[in-house]
Design a protein around this ligand. Structure first.
Ligand code: UDP
Ligand code: MG
Length: 162
């Protein structure tokens, strides 16, 4: 046992990852999950979810003033998404690196968007941009009772909701 090599619990973060409708329709869910698993992160929540418009707007509320907002909401609500919570040290920033740039043409080869997508408006996956947004975004699908299939440790929300 080498305590100095073991991450303390304070370093463990959680992020919200969502495979967008195009990723689900194209059969890329397993490929994307595999990349986070192989990196060494822990899957702590999973839900296949048809996102209602009001929850899509809540999720993307910071982008409400953008011209692409209406198209973004119709994209995200166009079919089922796969919502995931992933846990690990540095998982928020690391997941963003694994995902790659917003515009898939600018995303590096080897990243999810760099390898699997072409258009910004069809960029297959979402990842939280900060630990605070991770906590905020995870709650949206997992507390919604319009379940298709959901597995999550709900005791976490006792902490989130306090
Ligand atoms: N988006 C778009 N047009 C743009 C910028 C963003 O359609 O010019 C979409 C795209 O699907 C992106 C999402 O809006 O993933 C959220 O934008 P953000 O800037 O937060 O990018 P992300 O964090 O997903 O890389
Ligand atoms: Mg973002």
């Amino acid at each position: 046992f080498l305590p100095h090599l073991v991450a303390s619990m304070e370093d463990v973060e959680e992020t919200y990852i969502m495979v967008k409708p195009d990723g689900v329709q194209r059969g890329l869910v397993g490929e994307m999950i595999s990349r986070f698993e192989k990196k060494g992160f822990k899957l702590t929540g999973l839900k296949l979810f048809q996102c209602p418009q009001e929850l899509a707007e809540e999720h993307y509320k910071d982008l409400k003033s953008k011209s692409f907002f209406p198209k973004l909401i119709s994209y995200i609500t166009s079919g089922p998404v796969v919502c995931m919570a992933w846990e690990g040290v540095g998982v928020v920033a690391s997941a963003r690196k694994l995902i790659g740039a917003t515009n898939p043409l600018q995303a590096e080869p080897g990243t999810i968007r760099g390898d699997l997508a072409v258009q910004t408006g069809r960029n297959v996956i979402h990842g939280s941009d900060s630990p605070d947004n991770g906590k905020r975004e995870i709650v949206i699908p997992f507390l919604c009772n319009k379940n298709i299939l959901s597995v999550y440790d709900y005791s976490r929300f006792l902490i989130c909701l306090l």
